[in-house]
Design a protein. Structure first.
Length: 250
């Protein structure tokens, strides 16, 4: 029952934060959007090289294994199926969410945990400043944008490195053929599913990290415990949602 109530708390936090976006949008807009930009730079822009490298390495490893284990199979068709189903729809959103969670979930939880422990959140409320708008909204927007944007980076790196590896290992068609036939391998449905998963993962990471950060009270020793719990729960929930969406769209 505790897990159910916590999930309800996550959903409630999402609704409250989304409400803060449309409530008096002009109030403190410059401060809010400057915080959004900082969160995007940290969670998304700074992680682009890491995401691209991991995507390229994983894809080239898979292509190399396919070239070794299945040289006699219809590799062009297999390559297209792997790129579309296994990588674009499944691996790209989930791996991106894991990277964002590892880099940003802990950081957000620790940051909000220290603010809550020092009474800064209560101080903002005393001054008549909405903590939801000035603390939570920038992190929600930044983390969601990070997961969606980095998923696109992961997909591009996957397609480019996969096509190059298949060409040089002679297990796939030419690069020109892949470029002209890309729409048959990666369909709008694949892109829509990947985008849906990315949005869901961004919401999960943001709500879990913000919830546990704000749950810290007067005991500073709660910060590392809350940080560990937030990271574990974010990874578990993202994996569960990924499986649920996959089963629904099958």
């Amino acid at each position: 029952m505790t897990e159910v109530s916590r999930i309800v708390s996550y959903a409630t936090l999402c609704v409250i934060t989304c409400g803060a976006m449309v409530r008096r949008p002009a109030e403190g807009a410059r401060v809010v959007w400057s915080q959004v930009a900082r969160q995007i730079i940290f969670s998304a822009w700074d992680a682009v090289p890491l995401v691209g490298l991991i995507a390229a390495l994983m894809t080239m490893t898979g292509i190399a294994m396919m070239a070794t284990l299945a040289p006699a199979v219809d590799t062009p068709a297999m390559l297209g199926g792997i790129l579309a189903s296994a990588l674009v729809r499944e691996l790209a959103p989930l791996m991106t969410a894991i990277i964002v969670a590892l880099r940003s979930c802990s950081a957000v939880t620790v940051e909000l945990g220290y603010m809550s422990w020092r009474g800064e959140v209560e101080a903002l409320e005393t001054l008549g400043i909405d903590p939801t708008k000035f603390l939570l909204l920038p992190r929600f927007v930044g983390l969601i944008a990070a997961v969606v944007g980095l998923t696109l980076v992961f997909v591009i790196a996957t397609l480019a490195s996969g096509a190059a590896a298949a060409y040089f290992l002679e297990v796939g068609p030419s690069l020109a053929h892949l470029a002209t036939r890309l729409y048959t391998y990666v369909t709008p449905t694949d892109i829509a599913i990947a985008t849906l998963k990315s949005l869901a993962f961004g919401l999960i990471i943001a709500s879990v990290s913000c919830y546990h950060g704000l749950s810290v009270r007067r005991d500073i020793s709660q910060i590392p415990r809350r940080t560990t719990r937030a990271l574990v729960e974010a990874l578990v929930h993202c994996t569960a949602i990924n499986m649920a969406i996959t089963l629904i769209v099958l």
